[in-house]
Design a protein around this ligand. Sequence first.
Ligand code: NAP
Length: 309
Amino acid sequence: MAYRIAIVGLGKIATDQHLPCIAKNRKFKLVATVSRNATHPDVSHFTSLAELIQSKTPVDAVALCTPPSVRLQMALQALDAGFHVLIEKPPTPTIGELFAMQAYAKKKKRVLYATWHSRMNEAVEEAKRRLKGKHVTLLKITWREDVRHWHPGQEWIWEPGGFGVFDPGINALSILTHIMPREIFVDQATIEVPANKATPIAAQIKFKHGDGQAADLSADFDWRQTGTQTWQIEMTTSDGMKLNLLKGGTVLEINGKVVLEAPMEEYELIYKHFAKLLKAGKSDVDAAPLQLVCDCFMLGKPTLVEKFE
Ligand code: NAP
């Protein structure tokens, strides 16, 4: 029998990815949507999660596609109602909220899947295999995109808890924390915040190895790039391997040669993995990418830059 799923927050990512991927996965059946504004023509629609719960519509799981700042309360409500929960990235605005959500899911014996869509690429898995046991001496993340194109009209990204440029930047960090052969840490960061906004439009980060071994490890996030978009992670290891993950983690180059180019199926793979987790009754929550973002805010030097309209 298919898992009955409801989508909460019918915005860009729910419409672009969750709805079509649920529709083509036989292990799920969309039974309801929740949004204060948008509706869905084919299933029951509610304007709040509380309304969905009160309706007694049979639901096995919810996908929370709202901004991170409102997810904890929604997740607790959903878990109280006995639903399993899938959440978009970034999971929560703080680490404390993520740990609270994780603990509550455990207490309620429900599955919590905190997704990291950029990890769901075969090229990312291959990069992880290639880096195993090696020592990274150079890391250069370049994650530059056009905020007007990817977040049209979205105000929440500029509000506290909206992450600003760390909303896409955390995608790079989710790949990084997955493929790095050992943990790295934030050393220093510069965070550029427009004079009329609460969240950063750009950030430059320096990382370090925990044991102090010399390495040049950096990330450059920028939301002001128009034209060609850049989502790239370059690495060099102490034995001379040059690894380059391009196009958001879909293309892997080793020593200048493309060794793997996988189709973009991130959300198809998310729902495949969610079905496995539900069957096994297991949660999947990794706080590592969020921890790095929190550490950037903790150690970062804020700089005011020109207003962004
Ligand atoms: P969006 O287009 O603004 O959609 C967010 C949805 O959440 C809206 O449907 C809105 O619905 C609902 N919502 C907003 N504020 C709310 C509140 N205070 N209470 C309840 N519902 C609220 O944003 P999005 O781009 O889909 O992003 C949502 C999440 O997906 C983010 O965490 C983002 O990082 C992630 N994501 C986005 C993309 C992308 O390409 N945009 C890609 C991957 C992941 P109503 O106002 O109708 O209730």
